[in-house]
Every structure is written in C-alpha cells, then in structure tokens.
Ligand binder design. Sequence first.
Ligand SMILES: [Zn+2]
Length: 147
Amino acid sequence: MIVIICALLAVGAIGFTLLVRERDIPPAPVENPELKHLETRRQVLYENLKDLQFEYLQGKLSEADYQSVKSGFLNDLAGVMASIEQLLSGKEMAGKEAAAREPVAPQGPASKGPGGSVICSACGAENPGQHRFCGQCGAALSESLAE
Ligand SMILES: [Zn+2]
C-alpha cells in the first residue's frame, strides 16, 4: 500500500514539475528560423558588448575605440531589435486582422471638410485641401489656417 502511495506521489511530483516547467517557457515560441537567427544575433551582440566593456575597463581599448566600436554594435543591435519587433508584430497583426480592423483616423486640420476639401467661406464652393485660393471666386482659402 505504501509503495503505491509513494508511486502516486512521485508521479504527481513529476507531473507538477512538468506543468510548472511548461509555464516557465517564454510565451513566444521560436519556430520561425528567421526569428531564431535574429535572436542568436542579438545574443551575440550582447556578448560582444559585454566583452568590449570588459576590455575597455581593463584599459585594453582607448576611449575613442571603445565608443566607435560600441556605437557600431548598438547600431547593429537596434537593427536586429527592429527586425525582431517587425517579425513579432507581423505575426500579431495576422492574428488580429480577422478579429477587427481598426479604422485609421483621418489626419489634417479640423477646418478642412470631408475628404480633405476646403469649403470657401466667400462662395461656399468646395476646393481640394491643397488649394490656397478658391477655384470659383479666387478668395484666399488659407486665411483661416494661416499662422
Ligand atoms: Zn469661393
């Protein structure tokens, strides 16, 4: 009887450990080879930066050398991070696209009419937003926008 209880406890412990371990795994699964490659590059760049800093602190590098090499690494790192973000956000977008597409808010001054047109205050004619003078009466359209 005790043997059975021990066995059950052991199985339970193993199962619990597996569950916890599974939860500890980071949420983003690295199945994309491109992403994996980028993650590796990021890791390498971090290592390089650490080494560089170490060498600099040991006096093996001049301040100028250190700064120039470091900025090069940081540049690469920024590029890698941007690529990773792009990949991840691209994935997210693909998932969200089916759910709901957020309408893009139209940009431009509030004084402009719908479709970026400007209503002439003199004659009421509708003019394209980029026009500075009314096509009907020649009145200045940019008057209300100026300054
Ligand atoms: Zn007009």
